[in-house]
Design a protein around this ligand. Sequence first.
Ligand SMILES: [Fe+2]
Length: 322
Amino acid sequence: MLDVKQIFDLGIKLGIAADPRGQKGIKKYLARVKKEYDALKPEDKKYFDTDNLTNPFPDSDIHVNDKKASVKRVLAGIDINGPEILLASQLGERNKKIDLVIAHHPEGKALGNLHAVMEMGVDMGIALGLPIHLAEKIMEERMREVARSIHAGNLYQVVSVAEHLKINFINTHTITDNMVHTFIEKLVAKQRPETIGDMLELLLELPEYQEARRMGFGPTIFAGSPKNRLGKIMIEMTGGTEPSPKVYPELSRSGISTIVGMHMRKETLDKSNESQLNVVIAGHMSSDSLGMNLFLDELEKKGIEIVPCGGLIRVSRNKKKK
Ligand SMILES: [Fe+2]
């Protein structure tokens, strides 16, 4: 049986294996964080979270860990708020003890650090053909914007409930976004859809998207038509949150024809339309669920029971193999 830290570390390992920057890119990133840490003055060093020297995903963290739990049952959700933590506690009173709650979206310090993972978008943009200066400058501006918008939030409200109720609590954000990103990338490389219509069909082969469609939020075309050819695709399933709208005209000029993402804000869609890009939106909860499921399947293989909540469309790919 795994404990909380071992589960989180397994997540980091899987997240690194699926990272679009590759192992080398992660090593380079961690080396730079270490250099920055070493250069800090002692009065600043005491505020530095040394977990960031080994965890390359600052938007994923352990929030509560009693260090005793051997985890047999996990309550997992896309969004974990106070009610889901209370649910974990109440399930415990009904002979269904929850040893750990796993959220996808960040809370606490991980939420405060969300902007930091967006840096990976620079490498992803460069890999797609963006000039380095554009990829860096546009992303730096957006990272500052995201950091400012989160700064005023009540970051520790949910963590505080978990602390009171002594519920172990972690979140795996970019860890599982990397997993869905790579999963879709491989699927596209294997099946080679030609048109927007083919892309939608491909997504709808996956049970998470089938269920989402039944529930009223299936994959959809935000821009373009089914007969349009996909051309060069940008898969946008990881990287913290949506990049700056300013990047889309540049992507279009660099040869990208279609964005395949989880969600898109209106101002971003407007910019995409100005650049004649096609936009396929796979769906937010469904895509986040797919990423979480790929991670949760690994826990299930180790004998851990998964109880879904908080928007998670739970699909186990283990059962099929039996
Ligand atoms: Fe999300």
